[in-house]
Design a protein around this ligand. Structure first.
Ligand SMILES: Cc1cc2nc3c(=O)[nH]c(=O)nc-3n(C[C@H](O)[C@H](O)[C@H](O)COP(=O)(O)O)c2cc1C
Length: 341
């Protein structure tokens, strides 16, 4: 262990340590710890419980063209190692959210990643165009301040709505979607958030990258359900929902490893490096470090925020110590550095 990490670590961890700076599709994040879509409010409400100037980025709630109330309750229940949710994309719709985001963006102290959902290609184009509009008038501060709006994440993998997930399952559809969305967002980098249950995630990842995806998030929740055995009724009004939290971490880790090794590691033969953001069950820095070693350049934290809203700060601090212990100059040196032989 190096001298800098022996003894007590400074309490005032800023999250600004240069060893953690992370490049996602040309956009610099101050560190690789990102708040996952739908798990911390719609935009920056979480600042009250977790200082957002210490995290690398936040992903907004997934936004659809029209406002949505989502599914009836119950729509979130605890599971043995995580939770099952069937929120059903409750959100204010792009017109209202666009106004809100435009007003607030300059005061959000971290990078904002706009999450986009829909039920048709046109839906995605409309929402992406809304985010593009905000980016066009915003004074972005990436690079120096690590804040602004330069990335959108296409949620093609929400299991809690009747349609809208198919894009994430079929290479031809994901290609069609990206080719339509790309021209609507000339200023924004496109991240595609993949499902853990598609038939062939490698084929979907390849298709997404060929059609213009500049980063991938792996992964969304896993379809799941629970039954109350006394009433014999499903515990979620929607019957099924998405499982998240520690239960899915090993599954997500394997998917990151697979896509990194087979698709993004050699930049898919294009010479273009495509970063992966690992999501699924990150609760502590070790879970995050595992994702980095498997090939992720950053991680998202979702379910852990419900139990400990300051978990991201602990993950940042643990990663800083780990990078130093590994004697790496920056965390990017450790991306995909798992020793397998
Ligand atoms: C209550 C809840 C709401 C979610 N809403 C969204 C959403 O709106 N859009 C999205 O892309 N993912 C959504 N997710 C999925 C998370 O962003 C994340 O991909 C998933 O939960 C796995 O990470 P975790 O195990 O750290 O929670 C939601 C998850 C939960 C638990």
């Amino acid at each position: 262990m190096g001298a800098s990490v022996s003894g007590r670590y400074p309490l005032a961890v800023t999250g600004e340590s240069s060893v953690l700076r992370t490049n996602i599709a040309g956009v610099m994040l101050r560190n690789p710890v990102i708040l996952a879509a739908g798990t911390h409010g719609t935009l920056d409400e979480f600042n009250e419980v977790c200082p957002l100037d210490r995290v690398g980025a936040l992903v907004t709630k997934s936004i659809t063209p029209e406002p949505r109330d989502g599914n009836p309750t119950w729509r979130v229940i605890p599971a043995r190692a995580g939770m099952i949710n069937a929120i059903g994309l409750a959100n204010p719709g792009i017109a209202r959210f666009e106004r809100h985001l435009a007003e607030r963006l300059a005061s959000v102290p971290t990078m904002v990643i706009g999450s986009v959902a829909g039920f048709s290609i046109d839906d995605y184009v409309r929402v992406v165009a809304g985010f593009e509009q905000v980016a066009a008038v915003a004074v972005n501060g990436s690079g120096s301040s690590g804040a602004g709006l330069e990335l959108v994440e296409l949620n093609v993998s929400c299991p809690n709505v009747r349609t809208g997930t198919e894009f994430g399952h079929t290479p031809a559809l994901i290609r069609e979607l990206l080719l339509a969305v790309r021209p609507a967002a000339p200023r924004l980098k496109l991240i595609v958030k993949l499902s853990p249950v598609c038939h062939d995630i490698v084929a979907v990842a390849k298709a997404a990258i060929e059609a213009g995806a500049e980063a991938l998030t792996i992964c969304n929740t896993i379809p799941a359900m629970a039954i109350d055995v006394e009433s014999r009724r499903p515990r979620l009004a929607n019957i099924t929902g998405g499982l998240s939290g520690p239960a899915i971490h090993p599954v997500a880790l394997r998917l990151v490893h697979e896509v990194y090794r087979k698709v993004t590691k050699d930049a898919h033969g294009t010479g273009r490096a495509v970063p992966i953001i690992g999501a699924g069950g990150v609760t502590n820095w070790r879970d995050a470090a595992e994702f980095i070693l498997a090939g992720a350049s950053a991680v998202e934290i979702g379910t852990a925020l419900f139990a400990d809203p300051r978990a991201p700060l602990k993950v940042v601090r643990g990663l800083e110590r780990w990078v130093i212990r590994q004697r790496a100059a920056t965390i990017s040196e450790l991306v995909g550095s798992m020793i397998s032989s």
